[in-house]
Design a protein around this ligand. Structure first.
Ligand code: PA5
Length: 443
């Protein structure tokens, strides 16, 4: 079986032995725990450390929710929701909502915003369905999911009573600390633990990602298997030049040093759009600190060629592009002949859309290279659980190595706190009296 393959032939970077050595040292830090943020390295071995009994327990609880609810609301923000959302979108039929028959519960997300309209419309829509909730917060104190959970908890309790609510609500949180842990213990919710050494954005291969995916009917075993393929391939045992995550880290750091400050992750498959959202959090939060870091952006092609294509081709030359290239589609659709041929496209008659899409990809790659945008390619055989597992672990490992090569701690996010302090001060949270006065004077 072919694994996710990284290709930097069009990056313009010539990889030297010194660069390989630096990447090997960065990779070693992830394995020997001697780098910054070394108390957050639990993700490195998540695929190989998850046991059959842990997977069985995830599937048992998932089956329980599947049996009870038509709609399962997954509550969380940042690393506590993006991984599940990304894999779910990638694995789902793009038009699931139009299908009359649903074999799996519908998963919807809440707690990743505080929009009143979003929340109202969600609660309103839920009235027509039997429901359950998975609430995910490592700290157990994050405001956005806590607000959403209050509403969902009240709704579930008022519909089904407290005892049944404890069968329909599952908590995923810290093993000992935080308001959610306290509540889950008090109410008797089934609970999964986010280990102390696994940060939110690196948690998709823990119950944080696996439980919602299992509820949605995704083959979580194949997903973990895929990640394990990549854990092995990117381990210290593999020569660094054969480690695709290390090669990716080297090339993006070299491009950054050469003034390419923005990396655009693109793909020609719309169902990978949320993989890019997940990737943006992973790289943005891991590397954007100490006044450094590549700004991660994303496009979905060919759609965005008609919006961002102009800028990429001819705007500021601070960009490089990384394309997730999917080799095989799942289905076959061919262009129809048309007698009138008014659009002049009869020359495409009988061609598969995947072939046309591939030519678009190759044509765009060459045009962008000609326009001064280096191009990196991550090739995957197809979109399935195993390959997506490989891809996500590839990005995680690439991020850890890249962050260390950049000289930052890729596992903290001190900058995320600044907005919270201001928001609490503006909302008059007890304990924020001084900040409240100061901030209101600035308005
Ligand atoms: O990557 C991270 O650590 C963050 O994005 C968190 O996942 C996010 O802030 C949510 O935190 P919590 O799970 O504690 O509610």
């Amino acid at each position: 079986m072919k694994l996710v393959n990284f290709n930097a032939a069009h990056s313009g970077v010539t990889i030297t032995e010194d660069m390989q050595r630096a990447a090997a040292e960065a990779n070693a830090l992830l394995h020997n725990g001697k780098g910054a943020g070394n108390d957050f390295l639990g993700w490195v071995n998540l695929p190989s450390s998850i046991t059959n009994s842990e997977l069985s327990e995830i599937k048992r609880i998932a089956d329980n929710l599947r049996a009870k609810a038509e709609v399962v609301v997954c509550i969380g923000i940042g690393g506590s929701y993006l991984g599940a959302k990304a894999v779910l979108e990638a694995m789902s039929n793009s038009f699931e909502s139009l299908k009359k028959r649903h074999n799996n519960p519908t998963i919807v997300f809440a707690g990743e915003n505080i929009s009143e309209d979003y929340t109202y419309e969600l609660m309103d829509a839920l009235k027509e369905y039997s429901i359950a909730a998975i609430v995910i917060s490592k700290s157990g104190t994050t405001t956005e999911p806590a607000i959403a959970f209050r509403l969902l908890k009240a709704e579930i309790e008022s519909r089904y009573g407290k005892a049944e609510a404890a069968e329909r609500i599952v908590a995923i949180t810290d093993k000992a600390r935080g308001a959610l842990k306290t509540l889950a213990t008090q109410e008797g919710y089934p609970t999964f633990v986010i280990e102390d050494n696994v940060g939110g954005r690196y948690s998709v291969l823990s119950p944080v990602g696996l439980l919602p995916l299992a509820v949605a009917g995704v083959d979580v075993e194949a997903f973990v298997e895929g990640a394990l393929d990549m854990e092995r391939l990117t381990s210290e045992a593999t020569p660094i030049e054969q480690n695709p995550a290390a090669q990716y880290a080297i090339v993006r750091n070299e491009l950054y040093k050469a003034g390419k400050k923005i990396e655009i992750l693109g793909s020609y498959e719309p169902k990978l759009q949320y993989i890019a959202e997940w990737w943006k959090q992973l790289y943005g939060e891991s590397e954007g600190k100490d006044l450094k870091g590549i700004f991660p952006a994303s496009v979905t092609l060919t759609a965005d060629l008609h919006s961002m294509g102009q800028y990429i081709q001819e705007g500021e030359r601070t960009l490089f592009e990384t394309i997730i290239s999917v080799k095989n589609s799942k289905h076959e659709v061919r262009v129809e002949a048309d007698e009138a041929n008014l659009d002049g496209l009869n020359f495409l008659t009988g061609k598969r859309l995947s072939e046309i899409n591939k030519m678009a990809e190759l044509g765009v790659r060459l045009a962008h290279i000609d326009g001064g945008v280096p191009n990196l390619t991550i090739e995957i055989e197809r979109i399935d659980e195993r390959t997506i597992g490989q891809l996500l672990y590839f990005f995680e490992k690439g991020c850890g190595i890249s962050g260390y090569m950049l000289g930052v701690n890729p596992f903290n996010q001190p900058g995320v706190e600044a907005y919270k302090k201001n928001m609490f001060a503006l909302l008059d949270k007890p304990g924020y009296e001084e900040e409240s006065k100061a901030i209101k004077a600035r308005l």
